[in-house]
Design a protein around this ligand. Structure first.
Ligand SMILES: [Zn+2]
Length: 451
């Protein structure tokens, strides 16, 4: 049930992440019935008489909830290590060869618990048995864009199918107050037939839902696609008609200029996953070229399996560092740009920027607070028109610094604890389930990436 009372967070450093990148200090944010009703200076905003008051005492930052535009739930982080994508994928897929519904439920549980506690209020989850993901998302109260790993190649039939994807749309799209959305998912281009692409395109029209896949993560992967199809991956997507406004492609590290133009011309967005791209030694996506072409770019963790962490704080920092080091340019991807990508730009890639991604009156109250009164986040001061707090949020803040999270006005993390679940009991269950999955995984052998 939506709380009837207003909530007001006062005396805080408010980062609105709106178009003008408004910051207010000391600022106040008021919300009621899940919607932001007032934002402004603490001395000017009128606080409703019935409001629950949270006094930041100059030591709290308020941000829009962070948005992870490409993730994969998993129970098994730390198991597929020291490998580039094409060697890594077959190892990762051993989990999928034996995955059950209950494994998937617990994978989503552990992943969404971590995400929400770290201030991520929207997760795009490409995974399986996603009706169970919907169950977890309802329980914890975060927003999810559920995207089945679907494939139809005879060697990859352990993945979801276009039919289970359609069923998921029918059962769960736009449920839970709109917090659960379902998209169409295509696993790797080499696992999905032309007929499957055609059906995905049809269903996208029929249900008005977007299409998500990943591509061009490693140079050798692109070479292999060119060899198989006689065209580069994004050219194949164009031929198969899935590039359109709302479609979202993860990674896009190895795109050439004409592929970037194809994305720009069709309004297709990019989910940039810097940590995973660094860890799997994929490369540095050409963000300046994306910006020049006017592409919508959000940030993704890519899930714990290729990152070991779902922290969007780390993702923001690494996004910036990766651009700086790969371009030998210390001015590349400033803190503001990284924070925009993790909030409003991410919302835009998901087509939900009309109601989330920034702190503005009339938008949903997806809000987080960060406790700044800690050694690694001082100083809290501004001078000469410079804001060190913004830089320190992007380069020094940790997921564990998030002490409150509201999603659509519901208080989902309070005093750094999840409100919707007994965390200790959940961890015990997750641990037991992981042992069981590992035993079954040990009995598998990997299937080569390329058919
Ligand atoms: Zn991925």
């Amino acid at each position: 049930m939506t709380p009837a009372r207003s909530t007001a967070i006062t005396n805080a450093l408010v980062y609105c992440c709106d178009d003008a990148f408004t910051t207010i200090n000391p600022g106040t944010v008021v919300f009621r019935d899940g919607v932001i009703t007032d934002v402004g200076g603490t001395s000017t905003v009128e606080i409703p008489g019935d409001a629950e008051l949270i006094d930041g005492r100059g030591r709290l930052a308020v941000l829009p909830g962070l948005i992870d535009v490409h993730s994969h739930s998993s129970l098994l982080k730390g198991f597929s290590e020291n490998a580039q994508l094409m060697d890594w994928l077959p190892q990762y897929q051993r989990e999928h060869q034996v995955l059950t519904e209950d494994d998937a439920y617990h994978a989503c549980l552990v992943s969404y618990m971590e995400a929400l506690k770290g201030g991520t209020t929207t997760v795009t989850d490409m995974y399986r048995y996603l009706h169970r993901a919907a169950e977890v998302a309802s329980q914890l109260g975060l927003r999810v864009h559920l995207v089945p790993y679907a494939a139809d190649h005879p060697t990859k039939l352990f993945f979801e199918t276009i039919d289970t994807n359609e069923q998921l749309i029918r059962d769960h799209h736009n449920t839970q107050g709109g917090r659960i959305k379902v998209w169409l998912g295509l696993e790797h281009i080499t696992y999905c037939s032309e007929q499957m692409f055609e059906r995905v395109r049809e269903l996208s029209q029929q249900y008005g839902v977007s299409i998500h896949t990943h591509t061009s993560e490693q140079k050798e992967e692109v070479d292999a696609v060119v060899e198989l199809f006689g065209a580069r991956p994004v050219e194949v997507f164009a031929q198969r008609g899935i590039l359109q406004r709302g479609s979202l492609l993860a990674h896009c590290v190895w795109l050439n200029d004409s592929e970037i133009e194809l994305l720009a011309a069709t309004g297709t967005g990019v989910a940039h996953c810097p940590t995973s791209n660094m860890k799997l030694a994929g490369g540095a996506a050409p963000l300046p070229a994306f910006a020049a072409a006017g592409l919508n770019v959000g940030l993704g963790s890519d899930g714990a399996i290729s990152n070991n962490s779902l922290s969007m704080w780390e993702t923001m920092k690494f996004a910036s560092l990766l651009q700086k080091v790969s371009r030998y340019d210390a001015t590349a991807l400033r803190a503001e740009a990284a924070l925009r990508m993790a909030t409003i730009d991410g919302a835009r890639t998901l087509g939900v920027d009309d109601h989330v991604g920034s702190i503005e009156v009339g938008k949903d109250a997806d809000l987080i607070t960060i406790d700044l009164w800690q050694p690694h986040l001082l100083p809290i001061t501004q001078s000469e028109g410079h804001d060190p707090v913004l830089w320190n949020l992007v380069f020094a803040a940790r997921a564990s610094d998030v002490n409150n999270v509201w999603v659509q006005g519901h208080h989902r993390v309070s005093d750094s604890r999840l409100t919707g679940i007994d965390e200790v009991a959940a961890l015990n269950e997750i641990h037991a389930r992981t042992q069981s999955l590992l035993k079954r995984r040990e009995a598998t052998t990997s299937v080569a990436m390329l058919p």
